[in-house]
Ligand binder design. Sequence first.
Ligand SMILES: Nc1nc2c(ncn2[C@@H]2O[C@H](COP(=O)(O)OP(=O)(O)OP(=O)(O)O)[C@@H](O)[C@H]2O)c(=O)[nH]1
Ligand SMILES: [K+]
Ligand SMILES: [Mg+2]
Length: 469
Amino acid sequence: MWRRRWTLVARAARGPRRSGTRQGSGAPAPGSGATIFALSSGQGRCGVAVIRTSGPASGHALRSLTAPRDLPPSRSACLRLLSDPRSGERLDRALVLWFPGPRSFTGEDCAEFHVHGGPAVVSGVLQALGRVPGLRPAEAGEFTRRAFAHGKLSLTEVEGLADLIHAETEAQRRQALRQLDGELGHLCRGWAETLTKATDSEVRELEVALGAHLRDARRGQRLRSGAHVVVAGPPNAGKSSLVNLLSRKPVSIVSPEPGTTRDVLEAPVDLAGFPALLSDTAGLREGVGPVEQEGVRRARQRLEQADLILAVLDASDLASPSSCNFLDTVVGPAGAHSPNGSSQRLLLVLNKSDLLPPGGPDPSPDLPPYLLLSCLSGEGLDGLLEALRKELAEVCGDPSTGPPLLTRTRHQHHLQGCLDALGHYKQATDLALAAEALRVARGHLARLTGGGGTEEILDMIFRDFCVGK
Ligand SMILES: Nc1nc2c(ncn2[C@@H]2O[C@H](COP(=O)(O)OP(=O)(O)OP(=O)(O)O)[C@@H](O)[C@H]2O)c(=O)[nH]1
Ligand SMILES: [K+]
Ligand SMILES: [Mg+2]
């Protein structure tokens, strides 16, 4: 209701009131002289809500709401009484900040109002701002877009900011912060610099570096969208119990009946700080009815796509035909290298350790390294999470220590484009062709950080942002 009413006010504030703006001390964003405003903190009741403005009329807006006081000193918080400039009605007592451009987030004049977070206070201040001449509500991502337009952020930094806002796990937050700090952009500019010299040995070194980053590209993308972790094993091993334990919610039905899970069930989870899409699957066994057989087919299909397999066996039932079959057909082959040189990562978990005699599982010479766990008592969970953290740091790349990751297909596309162009450069038979290949290679690196970025790419990236960012 509140939001709907606000939309109407917001619409009314657009249009004729845009006149009357003045030039701010920051350079104006291309094609916009308007001053924008929005609630920048989350929606709903909260202790403090932050409303901000950006554009040439920001100072006027701040003065209008805090009259008769003058603008506060730059970049320091001041307590002010806010009131509606038209009716004079008191709205709130708030902290206000004044950031004259270009030393502000967007590069333009900006103001911030830190108000009490009640819906009526927030809507009152937003409505009052809507009545200030030259102000209009911001579009999604418009603050960041202006920051980009004024050279405050490069395109990879903008992407880092979008990722930071959406980060759900520790590893995603670390990665996003590094990208926001400009590490990837810095790397690309270093490469572009190398290309201006373009001696043969430097081009060769660059090819090696680009190739290494491209080989790592899938890791960064997994870190952004989640690694596929598939829980598999024979019926009744406790796969669904493990999925529920790791996701801390009842994703799957658990029962003593073998063959309970049939479909693949997925849950996005934070696994030891890394984002993962956890899949529960049907117990693998032969000679069952058509429905369960379809479940087994889907389980095998999902196993092929796994970035990491969590193989679960009942520790008290290792000698059963279904356990032996699973060890032979899934656990054994996973460690072996496939023809393309890669091997599938797998963690073997022996569940139901609470059922074992004190000496542990039956000594079996063929058993690969394993972790003991009891989903019932939770014993062994810390060890499993630590093992998962190590595995996922390999699968997703470790954003605490590794080189900057390529988290988007866009990054991969431009690095590949640059590498291809370097190939053409080496084969070029005359100077003109060689120069053209170098120009193309440099162009790809420049576009990665936003130089000559097309509007469509900008639209796509800024679509990820919320209003107020
Ligand atoms: N004692 C003991 N029982 C467990 C443990 N984990 C699971 N169970 C029991 O084992 C039975 C099977 O558990 P599920 O989680 O349904 O096993 P599943 O592998 O998903 O079974 P399917 O979906 O049928 O293949 C249930 O009765 C669980 O309560 C454990 O650590 N200790
Ligand atoms: K079961
Ligand atoms: Mg199950």
